[in-house]
Design a protein around this ligand. Sequence first.
Ligand code: CO
Length: 134
Amino acid sequence: MLGRLNHVAIAVPDLEAARAHYRDVLGAEVSEIEEQPEHGVRTVFVTLPNTKIELLGVLGENSPIAAFLARNPAGGIHHLCFEVEDILAARDALGARGLRILGDGRPKIGAHGKPVLFLHPKDCFGTLVELEQA
Ligand code: CO
């Protein structure tokens, strides 16, 4: 079911500084900052030869990143994103195996314009998992 690792997401307290760090210190290719209002985040994608890093900053008052940063003020790994061929089939199969889907269970459009879902971290060894339709 799981396909490629699409990205590793890191929550950061200062998105501009994190973007500059990846670009200027680590020498990586970085995107512009984009706002994702439906997810309460601002994102920067760092493109690596084999996968991507998604830098996540706070957007708005109910941002999930604000709660994460309250527990991890320096930032930290927030989620892993795996590609799946058919997100509804993956949701139904994983739900039947007892995994909890966050939210109302309906895919939202993610940062790449493709449907995404999140699995409960307690069902994945303490790691928030995003599924993105390939
Ligand atoms: Co993500």
